[in-house]
Design a protein around this ligand. Structure first.
Ligand code: ZN
Length: 213
């Protein structure tokens, strides 16, 4: 069931590899099917090489397995928590991408000092607190801190991104790492220059409403 979504998730997991956002079996992408409300997520511990639609698990919103007998990703309860609390979100991504996770290791948000950050996120990329892995606690921490951003850092851990679909959440994961990398470089050169709030809002509006075809 939901074969099209499974195929897309396999493709999007490969994008995480292509953009060097994950290593080994780390990281995951999930999607909510807007029609059935079912969630598709990668099975636990599946390597990226040789990944296929058979490695995707279908669950309902209560975490009940609907299809297959593989164990879902250990982050599934956090993904479910986010879907339950954000009707606008149909895609969630988790990575430990290096530069963004470096900010998480020191508990710092990524400040909005680039037009690219204004465009994509419209604010500083927040850093939520430390939470242990295992249940929905990470999801709650993300929902409580992400605000209007599409990405949130988790202190001492990594990155969660959200989107109107899985592809949008993957795009946010690529963008947050790119932003973190440039800001990290800038910090070696000197003082970061903040962008005035009014300009951040105007840039974000232009990018999300006018830019593109
Ligand atoms: Zn993680």
């Amino acid at each position: 069931m939901l074969e099209k979504i499974k195929e897309e998730l396999v493709y999007l997991h490969q994008k995480l590899v292509e953009y060097k956002l994950v290593v080994w079996t780390g990281g995951n992408v999930s999607a909510r099917d807007p029609e059935t409300g079912l969630i598709v997520i990668k099975a636990s511990g599946v390597p990226y090489e040789g990944m296929g639609p058979q490695h995707m698990v279908v669950m309902d919103m209560d975490g009940k397995l609907v299809e297959g007998d593989l164990k879902p990703s250990s982050d599934v309860y956090s993904h479910l928590y986010i879907y339950k609390h954000r009707d606008d979100v149909n895609g969630v991504v988790h990575t430990h991408s290096n530069y963004a996770t470096a900010f998480a290791a020191v508990g710092q948000p990524i400040p909005c000092v680039l037009t690219a950050i204004s465009d994509e996120f419209g604010c500083d990329i927040p850093c939520a607190g430390f939470v242990r892995i295992g249940d929905e606690a990470i999801g709650k921490e993300v929902v409580d801190h992400i605000g209007t951003s599409t990405a949130c850092l988790l202190q001492n851990h990594g990155v969660f991104t959200i989107g109107k679909n899985a592809k949008a959440a993957v795009k946010s994961a690529v963008m947050v790492e790119d932003a973190a990398r440039t800001v990290w470089m800038a910090k070696q050169l000197g003082q970061l220059i903040p962008i005035p709030q009014e300009d951040i809002e105007k840039l974000h509006y232009r990018y999300t409403h006018i830019y593109g075809q």
